[in-house]
Design a protein. Structure first.
Length: 219
């Protein structure tokens, strides 16, 4: 059955989906659309008028988090039982909150005020929960269980793509607590993730990300 992922040529809201497909060794077409194609009428062909869209034969699925959960369930990345599944979803939602806070800061008015609140209050509060989750799981290096799950994939996606770059708005200083940085570094060194990074990393010319990253970090 033919599988296609429709998204722009950037990380944005689809890089964790690409990573899941890579880990699951799914052969698929990574269809990266230009903004011209999208605005030129392609947008109107999709149900929610947005991407990413996952296509599996005649089955089309929208909403990035829904796609990620569907694929994680299909390919064994949601834990070994219902309780682990719930813990994974719990951690996943924490990173949805973090990503949402960053994106709300970047877009719209009042950037400086929102950035101050993000760096001084919202982000430290949410990041403080990550060491607690790791400790609850016995400090295995994973958020749930003793192997990579959707929770860790989402953590990598959000921390690397949306939080680490905030150092450029923090006088060059990392915004990640030491324990969170150690966890993130461990994920980056996971063999499946390293293989993915070598083979399929996207260049992210995404307004939110480019506002935080330096050009050389796109390579």
């Amino acid at each position: 059955m033919a599988v296609t992922l429709h998204y722009f040529d950037l990380r944005g809201r689809a890089e964790h989906i690409r990573l899941i497909l890579h880990i699951a060794e799914v052969e698929y077409t990574d269809k990266r659309l230009s903004f011209e194609e999208w605005k030129g009428g392609l947008k109107e062909t999709f149900l929610f008028k947005q991407i990413p869209v996952y296509e599996e034969g005649d089955f089309l699925l929208s909403q990035s988090n829904t796609i990620a959960r569907y694929l994680a369930n299909k390919h064994g990345l949601l834990g070994s039982d219902a309780q682990q599944n719930a813990r994974i979803d719990e951690a996943y939602e924490l990173f949805v909150d973090i990503q949402t806070d960053v994106l709300r800061t970047l877009f719209g008015g009042g950037f400086e005020e929102k950035l101050k609140a993000l760096l001084e209050t919202k982000l430290p509060n949410n990041l403080s929960f990550i060491p607690a989750l790791l400790e609850r799981n016995g400090n295995t290096g994973f958020l749930v269980g003793d192997e990579l799950t959707l929770a860790d994939i989402q953590a990598l996606h959000v921390l690397e793509g949306f939080v680490e770059p905030l150092k450029h708005k923090n006088d060059g200083n990392s915004v990640l607590p030491e324990a969170v940085q150690t966890y993130l570094d461990g994920l980056k060194n996971h063999e499946k993730i390293k293989t993915f990074k070598r083979s399929a990393i996207a260049v992210p010319p995404f307004p939110g990300v480019s506002a935080l990253n330096t050009p050389e970090e796109f390579n």
